[in-house]
Design a protein. Structure first.
Length: 328
């Protein structure tokens, strides 16, 4: 497999529609309300262009204390995931029922002003290139997805992820190899909030709705901050369907919230980039702890490394780029 970026994608205009969303099965979503892709068109072999309508209001992606409001980078990250899946099914030949396992990803967004939420829903265009080699049978087992984002005609950032493509049987084999026992499902757990008195206050992580808080048992010293990752499984933005692990997006949200706790300024600090590596599944039946250094208030852009630990071992790491609202 190569991670070299292929030549520039053609800038010739493609007729993209924003009239309705695509079939939810193309983006592996159970709820139509969680589908943001509206159109997919091929550009060339292994290249597609995708239209995404960014909602003006959303119970999860719009629930932020920072003002002025900008589009959530996790909404852009989810849009990239949906664009990659929809394009792989519609134009690359990936069979339905295939699971996309993210190994690493990197997303960096530009000037905060380019992300401002305006009067009309954002018209996002994602150009996607699939880099990798198929097997002798023509099947893709692993590869790199390279994406460029344009919002309302302006370039706003880039996203790249290394992924594995597994069928249902292969995914079950991988899960058994890691655990040795069947994994429990989110549907088997209570949807209650964190234990009373131990959950993190929404305002401390830039949120308004307690449903969107994914941390509890927060501890801080002069040098570090730690917390347990305890999302609500009835948060349908993070858990649109039943999982047997904490999905990558939940860990990224936890990293962002811990970063805001680390700065101590959640109302004036924005997350504008993430670089993540996932080495093991985050199991549902054991405590996941997040830890990061304490960086305190500051101006400009800074990178904060967050580690995720389970049963004494690091299972993931997410470096969060935080940006002061003084950019706006």
């Amino acid at each position: 497999m190569t991670t070299d970026v292929a030549p520039e994608i053609s800038t010739a205009p493609a007729e993209l529609s924003y009239g309705r969303t695509v079939d939810r099965s193309l983006v592996h979503r159970a709820a139509v309300s969680e589908v943001f892709v509206t159109d997919i068109r091929p550009l060339a072999e292994k290249r597609v262009r995708t239209a995404v309508q960014l909602p003006l209001t959303h119970g999860y992606y719009s629930d932020h204390a920072q003002r002025p409001a900008v589009y959530d980078p996790l909404l852009l990250l989810e849009s990239g995931r949906q664009a990659a899946m929809a394009g792989s099914h519609a134009h690359i030949g990936l069979s339905h029922g295939t699971t996309m396992i993210v190994d690493t990803f990197r997303i960096q967004l530009g000037d905060l002003k380019g992300l401002l939420v305006r009067d009309e829903p954002g018209r996002l265009v994602i150009d996607t290139e699939y880099v990798g080699r198929p097997t002798r049978r023509g099947r893709y087992r692993k590869g790199t997805v390279v994406q460029h984002y344009t919002l309302d005609g302006a370039d706003i950032g880039d996203h790249e992820m290394d992924v594995l493509f597994l069928n249902q049987h292969e995914n079950e084999v991988l899960r058994h190899a890691q655990r040795g026992t069947p994994a429990p499902l989110t549907s088997e757990f209570c949807d209650g909030a964190a234990e009373s008195g131990l959950d993190v206050e929404p305002g401390a992580v830039g949120r308004g709705n307690p449903l969107n808080v994914v941390l509890s048992r927060h501890r801080a010293t002069a040098a570090a901050v730690t917390a347990e990752v305890t999302p609500r499984f009835d948060n349908r933005a993070l858990f649109d369907h039943v999982y047997d692990h904490l999905p990558a997006m939940t860990l990224v949200e936890a990293a962002r919230q811990l970063a805001l706790l680390s700065t101590g300024e959640p109302a004036v600090t924005y997350a504008t980039g993430f670089e993540a590596r996932f080495s093991r599944f985050a199991e549902l039946d054991d405590v996941v702890t997040a830890e990061a250094p304490r960086i305190g208030p500051g101006e400009g852009r800074r990178a904060l490394p967050v580690r995720f630990l389970q049963d004494g071992a690091e299972i993931a790491s997410v470096t969060v780029t935080v940006t002061s609202g003084s950019e706006l």
